[in-house]
Design a protein around this ligand. Structure first.
Ligand SMILES: Nc1nc2c(c(=O)[nH]1)N=C([C@H](O)[C@H](O)COP(=O)(O)OP(=O)(O)OP(=O)(O)O)CN2
Length: 194
């Protein structure tokens, strides 16, 4: 069975080297909608794959980090990156160009790591990320499956270690060290109730 939870954020970017001129040469923003789809063949004690409320803890915190932020590609023009960091306290640096496709891969890998680290306290079993859909506009989206997320050869390697959240973003998290803990694959204990 697949369950799906929708998250929303507002974000600015430039996607270099694409054919759409407005997209590749001007900073612009989108009201992103991100669908996280989880899959399991089992149900927990509440007869759910995974409580939507639990998806609003760590997963939501990380996706919401992109809200009212600018997303930068680490290989973009250095002057532009420094300028954006200077004038926007909320920024994220990605090792890939911030297209809808790469956003969907980034979120797949992030949620995959969160589930790897998460403790399951209510009988949840064998929960996997099925896909991540990133809607950039009302008319265009990208959907990433596991084989896309880990298709480092053809789509570019995304190491979580290479994703940078600005200090101000991290300060908003309940646990400022959340990202470092995920990188070290430390266990995350969910709240007893949400
Ligand atoms: N495959 C992709 N194509 C484009 C992406 C992308 O991430 N993946 N991104 C862009 C731009 O960011 C652009 O802002 C969105 O382009 P577009 O869909 O053309 O946006 P519109 O709002 O103009 O769409 P309408 O359907 O005309 O309203 C470009 N392409």
């Amino acid at each position: 069975m697949i369950i799906r939870k929708l998250f929303k954020f507002e974000n600015a970017h430039i996607v270099r080297n694409c054919t759409s001129r407005r997209c590749s040469k001007s900073i612009h923003g989108h009201s992103y909608r991100v669908e996280i789809k989880l899959q399991s063949n089992f149900l927990d004690n509440g007869e759910m794959v995974y409580d939507f409320g639990l998806m609003k803890t760590t997963i939501k915190t990380l996706i919401d980090s992109f809200d009212h932020a600018i997303t930068l590609w680490s290989k973009d023009n250095k002057e532009y990156i420094e300028w954006a960091k200077k004038f926007s306290e909320r920024y994220i640096i990605l090792p890939v160009n911030p297209s809808a496709e790469q956003f969907s891969r980034v979120f797949f890998l992030i949620v995959d790591r969160v589930l790897e680290c998460m403790e399951f306290k209510n009988g949840e079993k064998d929960i996997k990320v099925y896909s991540v859909v990133v809607h950039e506009t009302d008319t265009g989206y990208a959907e990433c499956f596991r084989e896309d997320a880990y298709n480092f050869e053809n789509m570019g390697e995304i190491k979580l270690e290479d994703i940078v959240f600005s200090d101000i973003i991290k300060e908003e998290w309940g646990d400022k060290n959340l990202w470092e803990k995920l990188l070290k694959k430390e266990k995350i204990t969910p709240p007893k109730e949400v």
